[in-house]
Design a binder for this molecule. Structure first.
Ligand code: AKB
Length: 318
């Protein structure tokens, strides 16, 4: 049976690149991108697209039947910073969409689900450095609460109904194709865009706020590697810790200065500082490394080169 994928939330930062990669693996017509509004030209021109509200079960079922979808990647979500402003909306979107796809799998209408969790499941009482997989989980953000609850729904559907749902706790993801929206780690994308376009950046996090980060290609590879792993090897059905590297805004700025020596940064922390302060500095992802051979490839220096070179090309072609 060939893999036919539906990506919900395909026009966002991760959804765009994940859909393109899935199309290169499974064939363009076998990956249905969907979102509440159209996405980038590259995504829209590369294969089928459907307008879907991820909280509408009937719409999702209709598309699954139309294309004979057997695998759903659910990326529609409200991220940490926006969720603090709209707590009920965030809870509704993040939990309802998950509950719909879990039930579709329980009813046998789809075979596999990917659902991202986040470092936001940790809180101020979790160990800050090298945060382990199994530790105190007391999130203080709405987004974190929704991700932690979601992890346990996934685990429940797996152990009680045999649903094959797989998940990763993403760190901040850095990329240049599609900007993120509404996250606390978004500074690590904004900083490169502003560095190239304006030569300066005001960070909404303080200079020494250390957070776990990852370049997009690593995040996409981890996601696909997890989805293709032998189910018997996967001992974690809540969500796997996943790590690339960790850095502070000051360290990102210094790595930019090696390429753009005139770049300047200043700091004006806002409400997102409190969110960042509640999250780990760095993550221990040994179970992902042991159970399905996860290995990150891109570090901060390499990422700065890729980001600056690609954003510069985009600016020149405007
Ligand atoms: C956010 O900042 O909200 C996200 C995340 C870490 O899950 N990027």
């Amino acid at each position: 049976m060939s893999t036919v994928v539906l990506v919900l939330g395909a026009c966002g930062q991760i959804g765009t690149e994940l859909s393109l990669k899935l199309r290169s693996i499974y064939g363009s017509s076998n990956v249905i991108a969907s979102d509440i509004k159209p996405g980038s030209d590259e995504l829209m021109e590369s294969g089928p697209f459907e307008l879907i509200d991820a909280t509408n079960g009937e719409q999702i079922l209709g598309i699954i039947q139309k294309y004979k979808v057997n695998s759903v990647y659910l990326l529609a979500a409200m991220l940490s910073a926006t969720a603090e402003k709209h707590p009920q909306k965030a809870w509704n979107l993040n939990m309802k969409s998950l509950s719909i796809v879990l039930d579709l799998a329980k009813e046998g209408r789809i075979k596999q689900i990917y659902w991202p969790s986040s470092i936001a499941v940790f809180g101020p009482t979790s160990p800050k450095t090298n945060t382990p997989q199994n530790t105190i989980l007391e999130p203080t953000t709405v987004y974190g609460i929704s991700k932690l609850s979601g992890e346990y729904w996934c685990n429940y559907y797996h152990s009680n109904f045999g649903v094959d749902v797989r998940s990763l706790r993403y760190p901040g993801i850095v990329s240049w194709k599609t900007e993120p929206g509404g996250g606390t780690t978004d500074y690590a994308v904004d900083i490169y865009i502003k560095a190239v376009k304006e030569g300066r950046y005001t960070s909404f996090l303080s200079g020494d706020t250390r957070l776990p980060m990852m370049y997009m290609d690593d995040a996409i590879n981890a996601t696909i590697q997890l989805m293709e792993a032998d189910s018997k090897a996967l001992q974690i059905r809540t969500s796997y810790n996943l790590s690339g590297f960790d850095c502070t805004p000051k360290e990102v700025a210094n790595s930019i200065k090696k390429i753009l020596p005139d770049f300047t940064i200043d700091y004006d922390p806002d409400f997102r500082q409190k969110i960042a302060d509640s999250w780990p500095d760095s993550i221990d992802d040994q179970f992902a490394r042991q159970q399905w051979n996860w290995k990150h490839r891109v570090d901060l220096g390499e990422m700065s080169k890729i980001m600056i070179s690609n954003i510069s090309k985009t600016v020149i072609s405007l």
